[in-house]
Design a protein around this ligand. Structure first.
Ligand code: HAM
Length: 428
């Protein structure tokens, strides 16, 4: 027999019950987005490579070493999207939906980065992101963070994540800071490693991210970005802090927070769950006022964030174990029961739209069917055998509770199940 083909390293099949958890998580987050008036955009998974080079920055980990880039049959260089902001701006410009009313958009789906896989870091992962355009003040930055907080509450995260914020200043202020920083780092050039020496000429701010133990004191004593903030950015940052205070959102100002993508300006933020260890950031974002201009539009303020769903799922795993979401399994003894069962099940599904009901297919003894019912993780077995057919009833066995079996008339079955399963209520 030939070898079986395996999935690509770092790209995982999502099986039940995790698939259900992912779907429910997406629905909950999407519902909060709806509450705030964000509208969905569905964007292509493939974009021109140039889009990411221009927006994320040539000298970023993502562009330098993590993109899945290939030539298509026409010889065009295409890239599997490593993130959603660039595509969202590209779509906004191409479709002409920027530069009018302020816009609030959201997107979700798979993203791809050729990183070294480990817990919480995958080569295909899922994000839900929100992007806003046309709003320059700190009120929208605060709204994004308040909305995140509401999302954590909605999905019942066991530990509240910590909000870290920082300001990177305007692009102009950053350029002048960059010059000051480069001058300082040049004085210590001989102590820098090969990669840092290269970055000194291409992207010196990334040196501040370096984990190289030999240069930690060089980094510690470097001129700080916060001391070089322009007045406009300082005022914006103070405004944001005041709004967060009013909203009752706790935050921690982290001057080291620079983010790994080049498009940010002014506010940046991350929600961190320290228990997750090395991959602790569950959500990250910030303001990117220069990106629309950089991608060929008129200057336009913008801000947003993206949530890593696998990291959220790992925090919720314990509360979801083994829940397939199946409510009931119908066990049918004999031919007549099969016909009647199909009819009853049709009525139940119509009148209780949120009910998840499996009807036994493929026959089998009562014992075999009860085993299947149990394996399906259904809460109830609905049994239809000769006696039930004769009396117009159905027997209900509780598969996950120590409770006596009950007999219910078929007429009352809808309201009975509605009560047992707390579904959304019968439809007439
Ligand atoms: P990012 O920090 O690159 O930002 O990614 C956002 C989140 O996606 C991370 O905090 C993490 O939870 C998750 N994530 C990233 N890479 C991986 C991976 N390899 N495996 C699992 N999860 C991962 C962005 O993508 C920006 N587009 C966010 C943004 C939107 N900024 C403004 N608007």
């Amino acid at each position: 027999m030939s070898d079986r083909i395996q999935s690509i390293r770092g790209m995982h099949d999502v099986l039940p019950p995790s698939s259900r958890m992912l779907r429910d998580l997406e629905h909950s987050l999407q519902d909060v987005l709806r509450q705030y008036g964000y509208l969905e955009v569905r964007l292509p998974i493939l974009e021109q490579t140039e889009l990411f080079r221009r927006s994320l920055g040539e000298v970023t980990d993502v562009v330098e070493k993590e993109m899945y880039t290939f030539e298509d049959r026409n010889g065009d260089s295409l890239t599997l999207r490593p993130e959603g902001t660039a595509g969202c701006v590209r779509a906004g410009l191409q479709q002409g939906i920027l530069h009018g009313q302020p816009v609030r958009l959201w997107y979700g789906g798979p993203f791809f980065r050729h990183e070294r896989p480990q817990k919480g870091r995958y080569r295909q992962f899922h994000q839900i992101g929100a992007e806003t355009f046309g709003l320059a003040g700190p009120d929208i930055d605060a709204e994004l963070m308040v909305m995140c907080q509401q999302m954590w509450q909605r999905i019942g995260l066991p530990t509240g994540p910590v909000l870290e914020i920082n300001s990177l200043g305007t692009l102009q202020a950053r350029q002048s800071y960059r010059a000051t920083l480069t001058e300082y780092l040049k004085q210590h050039e001989s102590r820098l490693g090969t990669q840092e020496q290269q970055r000194l000429h291409t992207n010196p701010m990334r040196i501040l991210d370096s984990k190289n133990p030999d240069i930690q004191d060089v980094i510690r004593n470097a001129p700080s970005l916060s001391e070089h903030l322009d007045p406009e950015s300082s005022e914006h940052f103070e405004g944001l802090k005041a709004l967060l205070h009013t909203a009752g959102i706790q935050y921690h100002v982290n001057p080291q927070l620079v983010r790994g993508l080049d498009y940010y300006s002014k506010t940046v933020f991350e929600w961190v769950v320290p228990e997750l260890g090395a991959q602790a950031t569950i959500c990250a974002g910030g303001r990117y006022d220069g990106l629309v201009d950089q991608l060929g539009g008129k200057p336009y303020p913008a801000a947003g964030f993206a949530i890593g769903l696998e990291r959220l799922m790992s925090l919720l795993e314990a509360s979801w174990a083994d829940d397939t979401g199946i409510d009931a399994y119908m066990v049918l003894a004999g031919d007549q029961a099969s016909h009647e069962g199909m009819r009853i099940a049709g009525r139940l599904r119509k009148q209780l739209p949120s009910l998840s009901l499996i009807v036994n297919c493929g026959g089998g003894s009562m014992k075999a069917q009860m085993k299947r019912a149990d394996r399906s993780m259904a809460k109830l077995a609905l049994i239809l055998a000769e006696e039930e057919l004769n009396c117009g009833t159905i027997s209900v066995k509780f598969l996950r509770e120590q409770r006596d079996q009950e007999t219910v008339s078929q007429e009352n079955l809808v309201s009975y199940l509605d009560k047992q399963l707390c579904t959304e209520g019968p439809k007439s």
